[in-house]
Write a protein that binds this ligand. Sequence first.
Ligand code: ADP
Ligand code: ADP
Length: 223
Amino acid sequence: MGINIKGLTKNYGAQVALNQVSFSIKKGEVVGLLGPNGAGKSTLMKSVTGAILPDDGDVLVDEFSVIKQPIETKKRIGFLLENNPLYYDMYVREYLKFVANIREEKKERIEEVIEKVGLIPESHKKIGQLSKGYKQRVGLAQAILSNPDILILDEPTNGLDPNQILEIREVIREIGKSKTVILSTHIMQEVEALCSRVILLNKGNIVSDSPIEEFKGQYKSLE
Ligand code: ADP
Ligand code: ADP
């Protein structure tokens, strides 16, 4: 399932968030969007999921336009954005059922996704009782509930401790197999650990777009 990002532009008043950003992603690629705070990563990801409308440009998921055919594109995309709502008073399964209900998705996959993200030992608990790492697993579980071909993850290890970071990366590696993945981060090690290709974003512009091995070489020479 390919993604074609075409001339995405978004301004917030005088603030440029994205400036004519274009690139395409092949089916099965795991692409890291790397950039400092304010680079435009979240805005780009929200434009792909359809959470915000760009001022100009479009995103094609296969042949479908996020703007003109949002129902088709949303079916194909699972995402975990930074403000993903978790209801702390709900039990893990109750939350996943609730999510499946509001999205009109099937509930048969709930046990499967609980297993996939390594939630079994904590799955009897309320979300509020879980550690940050396990809360993030719940976030990943909801992202893959509909078995989407595309996974969009915005700063998926932000705020976790070093151990939790390694564990969540392992989960992402596992659930990202055979999916097209876009992952944003401001941490070089994160793209090194997970991505085959890195797009460096700064001030709403693409600075570079390269295979991870090539990027590692360039990055070292910058240090
Ligand atoms: P990050 O840089 O990690 O994406 P931000 O603090 O930029 O986090 O954004 C957090 C949320 O606040 C996002 O939903 C974003 O759209 C929104 N946001 C960011 N900057 C502003 C701003 N200047 N005014 C209003 N909302 C903002
Ligand atoms: P990143 O995710 O790379 O940190 P963002 O996409 O969150 O970057 O933000 C890009 C720029 O747009 C930043 O300057 C941010 O402050 C601004 N911005 C993002 N969302 C909003 C918003 N809702 N209102 C105003 N400014 C915003």
